[in-house]
Design a protein around this ligand. Structure first.
Ligand code: MLT
Length: 273
């Protein structure tokens, strides 16, 4: 029987270095690769991907999230970027606009760093370029310990309040429930691998000045994890980058404000074709 998290017919399974990886693929045209954040899955993009007809939309679950099997614990951000490049290979796509949310943005930076010819445009949503400091690294270690001991449900209370704008928590109880289920169903192995990958990720700040493709930076006005000023400063370092703030959005603009997020993304993509 089909997994209820699949949407009829849209999910394909690709074998990436022996790891079964789920990818949703829709439409034709300019390819756009959507990379989700932590500890989430590809469904965070659903409300944005559906209306963006006219593009070849590629929406994978990173290893260990959603319907994808976990990889080993040492995977690293480079491992996810290699996976994304392999997804493009298997779909016979040479180049794509890469759209990453938060951890997906860390993966997008690595694609720009190591596969620059594949990236024709960049959308950085609710993400940051700098690496973890000492405190953040210690928090990752503590989360890894808790997930190993108590599973991913331990992440729900630790993360949920910070992911959403305070207003969203009140106005969108259905979204709160959906996120609770999504986080709780992530594989502990996948979550620990992602925490380690984020803890060890490189500082991408020096890369910003070298980004030469059209770039859109999207911030949530009420993002509690990445303040708007930090996103604006990141955009200012990227030559020619556009910067947009979405009102009423926290760290998950595509879910909290899908209409506004789709509009800015659609306008940006239109400017590329
Ligand atoms: C995410 O949304 O992907 C995470 O908040 C990123 C992080 O923890 O650094």
């Amino acid at each position: 029987m089909r997994d209820p998290r699949e949407r009829a017919g849209a999910v394909q399974y690709l074998e990436l270095n022996g790891v079964r990886t789920a990818v949703e693929v829709h439409g034709d045209g300019l390819a756009v690769l959507f990379i989700h954040g932590f500890p989430l899955d590809r469904t965070i993009w659903h409300q944005v991907v559906a209306p963006l007809t006219g593009y070849h939309r590629i929406v994978p679950d990173l290893a260990g999230f959603g319907l994808s099997e976990p990889s080993d614990e040492e995977h690293g951000i480079a491992g996810y970027a290699d996976d994304m490049s392999a997804v493009l290979d298997q779909l016979a796509v040479d180049r794509a606009v890469v759209c990453g949310l938060s951890m997906g943005g860390y993966v997008a930076f690595d694609l720009v760093r190591r596969f620059p010819k594949r990236v024709v445009g960049l959308v950085l949503v609710n993400t940051r370029a700098d690496a973890d400091g000492l405190d953040a690294r210690a928090r990752r270690e503590e989360m890894m310990r808790q997930v190993r001991e108590r599973g991913t449900s331990s992440l729900v209370d630790a993360m949920l309040p910070a992911l959403l704008a305070p207003e969203t928590v009140v106005t969108m109880p259905g979204l709160v429930d959906a996120l609770r289920a999504m986080i709780g169903s992530a594989s502990p192995t996948g979550v620990v691998a992602a925490l380690r990958a984020m803890k060890e990720r490189a500082d991408s700040t020096p890369l910003l000045r070298q980004i030469s493709v059209p770039t859109l930076v999207v911030a949530g006005r009420d993002d509690q994890l990445i303040p708007v000023d930090q996103s604006r400063a990141m955009a200012e370092r990227i030559p020619g980058a556009q910067f947009t703030v979405i009102p009423g959005a926290g760290h998950l603009a595509p879910m909290e404000q899908p209409v506004a997020t789709t509009r800015v993304l659609g306008e940006f993509l239109e400017s590329l074709v």
